[in-house]
Design a protein around this ligand. Sequence first.
Ligand code: GLY
Length: 559
Amino acid sequence: MRYRRSTFVLLLCVLAGVLPGRALTPVAARRGMVVSSEPLASDAGLEILRAGGNAVDAAVATGFALAVTYPFAGNLGGGGFMLIRRANGESIVVDYREEAPGAASRDMYLDAQGNLLPHASTVGALAAGVPGTVAGLALAEQKYGKLGLARVLAPAIRLASRGFPVSYYFAESLREHRELLAQFDASRRIFLRNGRLYEPGETFRQPQLARTLAAIARRGPRAFYRGRIAAAIAAIEKKYHGLITRKDLAQYQAKLRAPLVGHFRGYEIVSVPPPSSGGVVLVEMLNILEPLELGPPNSYQSIHLITEAMRHAYADRAVYLGDADFVSVPVARLTSPEYAATLREEIIKAKPDAPLQPGQPAAGESSNTTHFSVVDADGNAVSNTYTLNGGYGCGITVEGAGFLLNNEMDDFASKPGAPNMFGLVQGEANAIAPRKRPLSSMTPTIVTRDGKLRLAVGSPGGGTIINTVLQVILGVLVYNMDIRMAVAAPRFHDQWQPDKLELERWGFSADTIEKLRAAGYPLEYVGGLGEVEAIAVDPQSDWRFGAADPRGDGKAVGY
Ligand code: GLY
């Protein structure tokens, strides 16, 4: 009986053009696919695809839905980067990264002795940058969507007003962050019910957030950046001694940027430019690795060579990268194959983990962000990473408006040379200045070959993001793994400083670990690196294959 029912379900799925993935196979779909960190948000994107929306419509719907169902990282009060590749081959980046308020200053997180003020850039109103998400999603929808803001916001409004069942992982996440959220009245009331913590299966309703989303649906981003909601943001900032004013909100603009493009073994790598370091560091690493024989996946040879590429590129990140609208960033030189060749020579000559300094490319940025990928039936693709920075951002929920504010100011170099919450050491190029955007590590990326879409990929994970994306790309392009295998494969991370090679605890053989230790790598075990939500397109059949990372609770859905 069970066999007959599952055969019937399979037949229905095949007729509908979608094949359900088993634990270790990707979800397959003929037309469109959405993969995000939270199942209801993926469903919201699919609803919009089925309603005739394109990949941008579905991505915007997913982004707004995550702000409701995944407040850990989904957001209205944060920022991010959306990489869009249209079926005609045109690519564009919507930069909706947060901005430093007009009153921000270089030393705002230092005391009179020049020491970092504990938690000032991570908890509370002073930690928040001017939010960019609403401007970014609205701009993407207006320029590249088909259905309009009101239609794509409908699933998010429904989820906020009717509520949704609290999952085990959401309940756990609220419990884990209760110390942060309990510090601020509206957060304590909305997310912690003043101490009566949500249990799995209970319904979580957010009427204030529903009203905010409905206002955006009616009046567009102006509803957020001017008027009642802007006044509420400015008021809560004032109450908790932050800097964001109504003027800061009124002047905020999402920016359209040309993507950063690199090449690797016949593939085109399309990613994001500054103010994210993601594209530059990813392309620099791929350039270094291009001609090297990497050996079997996760063998000593492959881990050693990839780690050395990571160390060089992250050392350069620390010194050279910042908001290119404010400082000069040598993007072309850092991503040139000639520069990579000099670094490769150094790697070949040097001992493993030899001390190294940032290079001279002269002429001659915890899983607390979230990523989603969308491909539609026409072949339009979106790779979007956005964030509040830390889980639940700075902890403050805007009174009367129902959304959390970010703590993205911590991505600046509060004190150049001192590590931020991800342990990333950063330099003058990323010092704080009014209206400047803090350096990010977000790496939404699309890979094509001969003009055809091959991959849409990205991850959360702060400073580890770029290395996570690198390893998934290598898994598919070098090791011919299917997308689910590449996403699930064990990962490692080295960001130059602090000097340690992080390994996922259960992923590597004892022999390999012993060889790495003997070679001199200071090893540290971590629970999990990143949470990739990716889609691969088969070049022959054009079928879409989606993979939600088993490290998270996300879902790939298609039709
Ligand atoms: N907030 C993490 C990043 O942008 O890299």
